[in-house]
Design a protein around this ligand. Structure first.
Ligand SMILES: Nc1ncnc2c1ncn2[C@@H]1O[C@H](COP(=O)(O)OP(=O)(O)O)[C@@H](O)[C@H]1O
Ligand SMILES: Nc1ccn([C@H]2C[C@H](O)[C@@H](COP(=O)(O)OP(=O)(O)O)O2)c(=O)n1
Length: 250
C-alpha cells in the first residue's frame, strides 16, 4: 500500500493526553492526505452537553448510558469545516466551555457509554471508506487497533499546560491544571494513553513546532504504508512538506 494512492484504505489512529496536539495535528495530516477527520473527544463532549441539557445525573451510570444510546448526534468529518450537531443544534462552542470540560470525564469513565461511542466511531470510520484520521484516547487500542498507522502523540506536562493556556488566552480557567492534568488522571482509569502498546509509534512533540509534529506524523505514515520501499514516497501534496530523507534514497 502507498499513502498517496487515493483509492487505498488509510486509517491513521492518533491518541494522546490533553494538549499534546492531537486535534490540530490530525486535522492538518488529514488535509494533506485528503482524508476525513474524526475528533472522538468532541463526541464525549457532545454527550456530556446533552446530559447536562437534559438534566441527566452524571453520577448515575444507567442514566448516562440511556442518554448516550439516544443522543441525536451528527458528527461531521471534514477537516476544514467542523460540524457537530445535537438535536439539530450547533454545539461546537458549548462543548468547549468550562461546564462541559469539567464534567466530561463522568461520561468518558462510564464504560457502557464508551462501548456505544466506540461503535459509533467504528461506523464513522467505515463510512469514510476507511480513509480517515481518527484521534482520541483509545483509537490505537480499542476503536481501530487494525489502523494502518497508529501513533501515541505525547508532550511534557509543562508543554501541554503552556499550549492550552495560550490556546484559551483570556478564556483560560483558573482551573487549568485540573482541566488538563486532573482530567487526564481521571480518564486514565479507563483507557491507557500514556504508554505506547506494541506496534504503536511514540511521537513526543514537547520540543517540536506544529509543522515539525505534522511532518513527524507524515514520516511515520509513509514509513508504515510504503510497502514497496521503492523510493517513490513523497510529500502527500504540494503543500511544501518534505519527504523524509530515508524515503528519498534510491
Ligand atoms: N507541536 C506543537 N508546538 C506548539 N504548539 C502546539 C503543538 N501542537 C499543538 N500545539 C498547539 O497546542 C494547542 C493544543 O493543541 P490541540 O491540538 O488542541 O491538543 P489536543 O487535541 O491534544 O488536546 C493548540 O493551540 C495547538 O495549536
Ligand atoms: N477516544 C476518546 C476521546 C476522548 N475521551 C475523553 C477524554 C477527555 O477528557 C474528553 C474530551 O476529549 P478531548 O480530546 O476533547 O480533550 P482535550 O480537551 O482536547 O484534552 O473525552 C475519551 O475518553 N476517549
Amino acid at each position: 500500500m502507498n499513502a498517496r494512492d487515493v483509492n487505498a484504505r488509510l486509517v491513521i489512529a492518533i491518541d494522546g493526553p490533553s494538549g499534546s496536539g492531537k486535534s490540530s495535528v490530525s486535522k492538518e495530516v488529514a488535509r494533506r492526505f485528503g482524508l476525513a477527520y474524526l475528533d472522538t473527544g468532541a463526541m464525549y463532549r457532545a454527550v456530556t452537553w446533552w446530559c447536562l441539557e437534559s438534566g441527566v445525573d452524571l453520577d448515575d451510570d444507567a442514566a448516562v448510558l440511556v442518554a448516550t444510546r439516544s443522543v441525536p448526534l451528527e458528527m461531521g468529518t471534514d477537516p476544514d469545516e467542523e460540524r457537530i450537531l445535537v438535536a439539530g443544534q450547533d454545539v461546537r462552542a458549548a462543548i468547549r466551555g468550562d461546564r462541559v470540560t469539567d464534567h466530561v470525564s463522568a461520561v468518558s469513565t462510564t464504560v457502557p457509554a464508551r462501548e456505544i461511542l466506540v461503535r459509533m466511531q467504528r461506523e464513522i470510520i467505515h463510512e469514510s471508506g476507511n480513509r480517515i484520521v481518527a484521534e482520541g484516547r483509545d483509537i490505537t487500542t480499542v476503536v481501530a487497533p487494525d489502523a494502518d498507522v497508529r501513533i501515541l502523540l505525547t508532550a511534557s506536562q509543562a508543554a501541554r499546560m503552556a499550549r492550552r493556556g495560550r490556546q484559551l488566552g483570556a478564556a483560560a480557567s483558573s482551573n487549568l491544571q485540573a482541566q488538563v492534568v486532573g482530567r487526564d488522571a481521571k480518564d486514565s482509569t479507563v483507557v491507557n494513553f500514556t504508554s505506547a502498546q506494541d506496534g504503536v509509534h511514540l511521537l513526543d512533540s514537547s520540543e517540536l513546532t506544529m509543522e515539525q509534529t505534522v511532518q513527524g506524523v507524515i514520516d511515520l505514515v509513509i514509513r508504515d504504508t510504503d510497502t514497496a520501499h521503492d523510493g517513490a514516497a513523497e510529500a502527500p501534496d504540494d503543500t511544501g512538506a518534505a519527504a523524509p530523507e530515508e524515503a528519498r534514497q534510491p
